[in-house]
Design a protein around this ligand. Structure first.
Ligand SMILES: Cc1cc2nc3c(=O)[nH]c(=O)nc-3n(C[C@H](O)[C@H](O)[C@H](O)COP(=O)(O)O)c2cc1C
Length: 220
Protein backbone atom coordinates (compact mmCIF):
# COMPACT_ATOMS: atom_id res chain seq x y z
CA UNK A 1 0.00 0.00 0.00
CA UNK A 2 1.25 3.46 -0.92
CA UNK A 3 2.24 5.36 2.23
CA UNK A 4 0.32 8.52 1.26
CA UNK A 5 -2.83 6.47 0.67
CA UNK A 6 -2.36 4.64 3.97
CA UNK A 7 -2.00 7.88 5.95
CA UNK A 8 -5.21 9.25 4.47
CA UNK A 9 -7.21 6.03 4.59
CA UNK A 10 -6.34 5.05 8.17
CA UNK A 11 -9.25 5.35 10.52
CA UNK A 12 -9.98 3.86 13.92
CA UNK A 13 -11.63 0.46 13.54
CA UNK A 14 -14.00 -0.57 16.31
CA UNK A 15 -15.60 -3.71 14.90
CA UNK A 16 -13.71 -6.68 13.52
CA UNK A 17 -14.33 -9.83 11.51
CA UNK A 18 -14.19 -13.09 13.36
CA UNK A 19 -10.92 -14.03 11.68
CA UNK A 20 -7.59 -14.79 13.31
CA UNK A 21 -4.43 -12.82 12.58
CA UNK A 22 -1.41 -15.08 12.25
CA UNK A 23 1.55 -14.74 14.61
CA UNK A 24 3.72 -14.25 11.51
CA UNK A 25 1.75 -11.17 10.44
CA UNK A 26 1.86 -9.67 13.95
CA UNK A 27 5.62 -10.20 14.08
CA UNK A 28 5.96 -8.63 10.62
CA UNK A 29 4.05 -5.53 11.73
CA UNK A 30 6.11 -5.13 14.89
CA UNK A 31 9.36 -5.78 13.07
CA UNK A 32 8.57 -2.98 10.60
CA UNK A 33 7.24 -0.64 13.29
CA UNK A 34 10.42 -0.79 15.36
CA UNK A 35 12.10 1.39 12.71
CA UNK A 36 10.24 4.39 14.16
CA UNK A 37 12.49 7.36 14.94
CA UNK A 38 13.13 8.38 18.55
CA UNK A 39 15.35 11.08 20.04
CA UNK A 40 18.88 9.68 20.41
CA UNK A 41 17.38 6.39 19.20
CA UNK A 42 16.19 5.75 22.76
CA UNK A 43 13.23 3.59 21.60
CA UNK A 44 11.43 4.06 24.93
CA UNK A 45 8.56 1.70 24.10
CA UNK A 46 7.48 -1.83 24.92
CA UNK A 47 4.51 -3.70 23.54
CA UNK A 48 2.71 -6.69 24.99
CA UNK A 49 0.82 -8.94 22.59
CA UNK A 50 -1.76 -10.64 24.77
CA UNK A 51 -2.90 -14.25 24.67
CA UNK A 52 -6.64 -14.89 24.44
CA UNK A 53 -6.59 -15.91 28.12
CA UNK A 54 -4.96 -12.65 29.21
CA UNK A 55 -7.36 -10.61 27.07
CA UNK A 56 -10.28 -12.34 28.77
CA UNK A 57 -8.76 -11.88 32.23
CA UNK A 58 -8.20 -8.17 31.57
CA UNK A 59 -11.73 -7.72 30.26
CA UNK A 60 -13.31 -9.51 33.22
CA UNK A 61 -11.26 -7.57 35.79
CA UNK A 62 -11.76 -4.14 34.24
CA UNK A 63 -15.50 -4.65 33.69
CA UNK A 64 -15.87 -5.85 37.27
CA UNK A 65 -14.05 -2.68 38.41
CA UNK A 66 -16.36 -0.54 36.30
CA UNK A 67 -19.52 -2.30 37.45
CA UNK A 68 -18.51 -2.05 41.11
CA UNK A 69 -17.48 1.60 40.91
CA UNK A 70 -13.80 0.74 41.56
CA UNK A 71 -11.48 3.34 40.09
CA UNK A 72 -7.70 3.60 39.79
CA UNK A 73 -5.55 6.65 39.27
CA UNK A 74 -4.34 6.94 35.68
CA UNK A 75 -0.68 7.86 35.31
CA UNK A 76 -1.58 10.81 33.11
CA UNK A 77 -4.59 12.95 32.26
CA UNK A 78 -6.35 11.29 29.34
CA UNK A 79 -7.77 14.72 28.51
CA UNK A 80 -6.47 18.11 29.70
CA UNK A 81 -8.05 19.33 32.92
CA UNK A 82 -9.44 21.88 32.38
CA UNK A 83 -9.75 21.60 28.60
CA UNK A 84 -9.92 24.67 26.38
CA UNK A 85 -12.99 25.16 24.21
CA UNK A 86 -11.38 24.46 20.85
CA UNK A 87 -10.16 21.04 22.06
CA UNK A 88 -13.43 20.31 23.85
CA UNK A 89 -15.34 21.01 20.65
CA UNK A 90 -13.25 18.51 18.71
CA UNK A 91 -13.80 15.84 21.35
CA UNK A 92 -17.55 16.55 21.30
CA UNK A 93 -17.64 16.27 17.52
CA UNK A 94 -15.74 12.99 17.66
CA UNK A 95 -18.32 11.59 20.13
CA UNK A 96 -21.23 13.02 18.14
CA UNK A 97 -20.05 11.22 15.01
CA UNK A 98 -19.50 7.89 16.74
CA UNK A 99 -22.72 7.84 18.76
CA UNK A 100 -24.58 9.24 15.76
CA UNK A 101 -23.39 6.35 13.58
CA UNK A 102 -24.59 3.95 16.28
CA UNK A 103 -27.84 5.86 16.79
CA UNK A 104 -27.12 6.19 20.50
CA UNK A 105 -28.74 9.40 21.75
CA UNK A 106 -27.23 11.97 24.14
CA UNK A 107 -29.60 10.99 26.90
CA UNK A 108 -28.90 7.28 26.53
CA UNK A 109 -26.40 6.98 29.38
CA UNK A 110 -26.53 3.20 29.44
CA UNK A 111 -25.99 2.93 25.67
CA UNK A 112 -22.95 5.19 25.94
CA UNK A 113 -21.55 3.25 28.88
CA UNK A 114 -22.02 -0.03 26.99
CA UNK A 115 -20.10 1.44 24.06
CA UNK A 116 -17.29 2.55 26.39
CA UNK A 117 -17.16 -0.99 27.76
CA UNK A 118 -16.46 -2.32 24.25
CA UNK A 119 -12.97 -0.90 24.69
CA UNK A 120 -12.26 -3.56 27.27
CA UNK A 121 -12.94 -6.47 24.95
CA UNK A 122 -10.64 -4.72 22.44
CA UNK A 123 -13.84 -4.19 20.41
CA UNK A 124 -13.94 -7.92 19.72
CA UNK A 125 -10.58 -7.80 17.90
CA UNK A 126 -8.68 -11.08 17.64
CA UNK A 127 -5.49 -9.32 18.78
CA UNK A 128 -5.11 -7.08 21.81
CA UNK A 129 -1.86 -5.34 22.66
CA UNK A 130 -0.75 -2.95 25.40
CA UNK A 131 1.88 -0.26 24.84
CA UNK A 132 4.04 1.10 27.65
CA UNK A 133 6.46 4.02 27.87
CA UNK A 134 9.59 4.00 30.01
CA UNK A 135 8.73 5.98 33.14
CA UNK A 136 12.00 7.91 33.16
CA UNK A 137 11.42 9.64 29.80
CA UNK A 138 9.87 13.09 29.73
CA UNK A 139 7.11 14.51 27.51
CA UNK A 140 9.26 14.30 24.39
CA UNK A 141 9.69 10.55 24.91
CA UNK A 142 5.93 10.04 24.71
CA UNK A 143 6.09 11.67 21.29
CA UNK A 144 8.72 9.15 20.25
CA UNK A 145 6.42 6.28 21.26
CA UNK A 146 3.74 7.97 19.15
CA UNK A 147 5.86 7.33 16.05
CA UNK A 148 6.02 3.66 16.96
CA UNK A 149 2.26 3.26 17.40
CA UNK A 150 1.52 5.18 14.20
CA UNK A 151 3.85 2.78 12.38
CA UNK A 152 1.78 -0.10 13.75
CA UNK A 153 -1.47 1.50 12.55
CA UNK A 154 -0.09 2.19 9.06
CA UNK A 155 1.84 -1.02 8.46
CA UNK A 156 -1.19 -3.08 9.60
CA UNK A 157 -3.10 -1.68 6.65
CA UNK A 158 -0.67 -3.28 4.23
CA UNK A 159 -1.92 -6.63 5.56
CA UNK A 160 -5.57 -5.60 5.18
CA UNK A 161 -5.82 -5.05 8.94
CA UNK A 162 -7.33 -2.23 10.98
CA UNK A 163 -6.50 -0.83 14.40
CA UNK A 164 -7.92 1.23 17.20
CA UNK A 165 -5.61 2.89 19.69
CA UNK A 166 -7.11 2.83 23.16
CA UNK A 167 -6.13 5.17 25.96
CA UNK A 168 -9.12 3.81 27.83
CA UNK A 169 -6.85 1.07 29.20
CA UNK A 170 -4.92 3.70 31.14
CA UNK A 171 -8.00 4.09 33.39
CA UNK A 172 -6.89 0.86 35.07
CA UNK A 173 -3.06 0.86 35.21
CA UNK A 174 -2.84 -1.25 38.40
CA UNK A 175 -5.14 -3.99 37.11
CA UNK A 176 -3.27 -4.07 33.81
CA UNK A 177 0.12 -4.20 35.57
CA UNK A 178 -1.03 -7.07 37.80
CA UNK A 179 -2.31 -9.13 34.88
CA UNK A 180 0.29 -8.33 32.22
CA UNK A 181 3.12 -8.04 34.70
CA UNK A 182 5.04 -5.29 32.95
CA UNK A 183 7.90 -3.69 34.86
CA UNK A 184 7.34 -0.99 37.51
CA UNK A 185 9.66 1.16 35.40
CA UNK A 186 7.02 1.35 32.64
CA UNK A 187 3.84 3.41 32.34
CA UNK A 188 0.87 1.97 30.54
CA UNK A 189 -0.08 4.33 27.73
CA UNK A 190 -2.61 2.64 25.51
CA UNK A 191 -4.00 -0.54 24.08
CA UNK A 192 -4.18 -1.44 20.41
CA UNK A 193 -7.03 -3.51 19.00
CA UNK A 194 -5.93 -5.22 15.79
CA UNK A 195 -7.89 -7.31 13.32
CA UNK A 196 -9.65 -7.48 9.98
CA UNK A 197 -12.15 -4.59 9.75
CA UNK A 198 -15.84 -5.44 9.71
CA UNK A 199 -16.87 -3.10 6.90
CA UNK A 200 -20.56 -3.81 7.49
CA UNK A 201 -20.67 -2.31 10.98
CA UNK A 202 -21.96 1.26 11.35
CA UNK A 203 -19.19 2.15 13.79
CA UNK A 204 -16.63 1.84 11.00
CA UNK A 205 -18.73 3.87 8.57
CA UNK A 206 -17.82 7.45 9.43
CA UNK A 207 -14.67 9.55 9.16
CA UNK A 208 -13.53 12.18 11.65
CA UNK A 209 -12.73 15.63 10.22
CA UNK A 210 -9.41 17.47 10.37
CA UNK A 211 -8.58 21.14 10.57
CA UNK A 212 -7.68 22.83 7.28
CA UNK A 213 -4.04 23.46 6.47
CA UNK A 214 -4.30 27.21 7.11
CA UNK A 215 -5.66 26.52 10.59
CA UNK A 216 -2.57 24.72 11.84
CA UNK A 217 0.29 25.64 9.46
CA UNK A 218 1.93 28.99 8.92
CA UNK A 219 4.31 29.70 6.07
CA UNK A 220 6.51 32.52 7.41
C1 LIG B 1 -3.24 7.56 21.75
C2 LIG B 1 -4.66 7.40 21.33
C3 LIG B 1 -5.57 6.85 22.19
C4 LIG B 1 -6.90 6.63 21.81
N1 LIG B 1 -7.78 6.03 22.68
C5 LIG B 1 -9.02 5.67 22.27
C6 LIG B 1 -9.86 4.89 23.12
O1 LIG B 1 -9.55 4.60 24.25
N2 LIG B 1 -11.05 4.48 22.62
C7 LIG B 1 -11.47 4.79 21.36
O2 LIG B 1 -12.57 4.38 20.97
N3 LIG B 1 -10.68 5.55 20.54
C8 LIG B 1 -9.47 5.97 20.95
N4 LIG B 1 -8.63 6.69 20.12
C9 LIG B 1 -9.06 6.97 18.75
C10 LIG B 1 -9.38 8.45 18.53
O3 LIG B 1 -10.64 8.75 19.07
C11 LIG B 1 -9.34 8.68 17.01
O4 LIG B 1 -8.02 8.48 16.57
C12 LIG B 1 -9.77 10.09 16.63
O5 LIG B 1 -11.10 10.32 16.95
C13 LIG B 1 -9.58 10.31 15.11
O6 LIG B 1 -10.34 9.37 14.38
P1 LIG B 1 -9.67 8.34 13.38
O7 LIG B 1 -8.64 7.55 14.14
O8 LIG B 1 -10.81 7.47 12.90
O9 LIG B 1 -9.04 9.14 12.28
C14 LIG B 1 -7.33 6.99 20.51
C15 LIG B 1 -6.41 7.59 19.64
C16 LIG B 1 -5.10 7.80 20.04
C17 LIG B 1 -4.12 8.42 19.08
Amino acid sequence: MNILDAIQARQSIRSFKNKEVSREIIENILNISRFAPSGGNTQPWKIYVLSQDLMKELETSVLSNLDNGVSETPNFNIYPQPMSDHLKNRVKECGRLMYGALEIGKEDVEGRLNQLKQNFSFFGAPVGMLVTVEKEVDLNGWGHVGHFIQNICLSSMDFGLGTCLQESWSMYPETAQKIVNFSESEILWCGIALGYPNEEHAINSYRTPREDLEDFAKFL
